[in-house]
Write a protein that binds this ligand. Structure first.
Ligand SMILES: Nc1ncnc2c1ncn2[C@@H]1O[C@H](COP(=O)(O)OP(=O)(O)O)[C@@H](O)[C@H]1O
Ligand SMILES: [Mg+2]
Length: 412
């Protein structure tokens, strides 16, 4: 089906706050996605997933691409990009088509009309639509269905989950990548991409939340009945925990980052295991002993605050009181000891570490929570490629976005 003459290589790129990550897979003739590997390089001048120094960020992205090319023995010309940042907004939209007093049979054209209406909706100034994710269609008698084609109704209503972002912020990131002679074939909100790596169709159907604990951003996405019910992006993450620790212990950020990764916990059981931890001498710094209780107290306060903000946002959603799905934690920050228990207490729902749905091939990414977004991008890219090859030229480019970027595509 694919690449009968040459290999179809898919590449996911995440310019995260802490690292640039590149994942590469081969889409074989049967449509299987064979993971070839992942490369990463330290991220510079990217704050909260937004570029603050174009040249420096571009160098870091270039390095990660070169590393991936050398490691996986591929030539990279196209990428799928993960998008995040505190400027991302998500909201719901309900639109309806009147089908006449007598009613009419619903056709594909009606669904396209509704989607066009959604895409023409006015957004706040400077914002562009990133995703328009269909939730459900509703007939005039209240019946909800994912596929109303062939059914009769006098009115067809559609619920969408919409995600938008500030155009100029996205333009900067896209321009940065394009200047490296890389085509941006598509992009996905990072939480949405992450969910493709870790949630099975059953979990999406039963209900699941994925919380991606990154360095500068914590983002989350909620699935219910197989569709995206809600999503959110917070401009706070693991870097804030490190900053708090640096301030409390009076050490520079890099030392605090090491301390957090080695001894960090939000669980007082770790306090009992290590009453004090030794901070070795380094440069002009004398060796010191730090009470474990201080480390736990500082990290717990900030991590709890992040989860509480998410809980407040979820509690505003009408479905949350009845939501009984599992919360899956991922991202580098989810490696903090005791974080599952803390989340369980705050959300009052079962919490588990996210697990990668395995890829085909020999390469394993077990235990790398910080790679889930870029791995999920590959699955997202696969869907787009399958649609393109299955339907011919991809023609779902949103109107508003087309004005800004050329050659982009959307998955809904
Ligand atoms: N073992 C660990 N314990 C606590 N935090 C960790 C650990 N390993 C990584 N982190 C944190 O994870 C964050 C990076 O996660 P990642 O998902 O790579 O972020 P991003 O995609 O934003 O670059 C950093 O804040 C880092 O301190
Ligand atoms: Mg990330």
């Amino acid at each position: 089906m694919f690449g009968s003459k040459s290999r179809t290589i898919l590449v996911g790129l995440e310019a995260g706050t802490s690292k640039i990550k590149v994942a590469v897979a081969e889409l074989d003739a049967q449509g299987s996605l064979i993971l070839l590997g992942v490369a990463e390089s330290p991220s510079t001048h990217i704050r909260k997933c937004e570029i603050t120094d174009f040249e420096m960020a571009q160098k870091a992205i270039h390095q990660a691409i070169l590393d991936a090319e050398a490691k996986m023995d591929v030539s990279i010309g196209e990428v799928y990009l993960a998008i995040s940042g505190a400027h991302i907004r998500s909201f719901h939209s309900r639109l309806a088509l009147d089908l006449g007093e007598e009613g009419a049979m619903i056709e594909e054209g009606h669904l396209r009309e509704l989607r066009n209406l959604v895409r023409q909706q006015a957004l706040p100034p400077g914002q562009i639509l990133l995703h328009d994710l269909l939730q459900t269609y509703i007939l005039d008698d209240g019946t909800a269905t994912a596929n109303p084609v062939g059914l009769f109704s006098r009115r067809l209503t559609a619920d969408y989950h919409l995600i938008s972002g500030i155009a100029t912020r996205l333009q900067t990131t896209v321009h940065c990548v394009k200047e490296l002679s890389l085509q941006v074939k598509g992009y996905a909100l990072s939480s949405y991409a992450t969910a493709q790596a870790v949630l099975t169709p059953e979990q999406k159907s039963f209900g699941a939340v994925v919380i991606n604990c990154g360095a500068g951003i914590t983002d989350y996405i909620v699935y219910r009945s197989g569709f995206v019910a809600h999503s959110g992006t917070l401009g706070v993450g693991g870097d804030h925990l490190t900053n708090d620790l640096a301030f409390a212990v009076k050490i520079p950020f890099p030392r605090a980052e090491d301390l957090k990764k080695t001894y960090g916990a939000v669980d007082s059981r770790k306090e009992a295991a290590y009453r004090r931890v030794e901070l070795a001498a380094e440069g002009t710094y004398e060796p010191r002993f730090i009470p474990m209780s201080l480390i736990v107290e500082v990290l717990q306060a900030r991590q709890a605050e992040i989860f509480e903000i998410i809980r407040e946002q979820l509690e505003e959603q009408p479905f949350w009181s009845e939501f009984s799905g599992t919360i899956f934690l991922t991202g580098g920050g989810s490696r903090l000891e005791g974080i599952q228990k803390l989340a369980e207490k705050i959300f009052d729902r079962p919490v588990e570490p996210a697990r990668l749905i395995p890829f085909d091939g020999e390469v394993s990414c077990e235990g790398r929570q910080d790679w889930m977004t870029v791995l999920g991008l590959l699955r997202y890219a696969r869907i787009l490629e399958m649609q393109e090859h299955g339907r011919g030229r991809w023609d779902r480019v949103g109107r508003s976005l087309r004005r800004f970027f050329s050659g982009f595509r959307f998955v809904c």
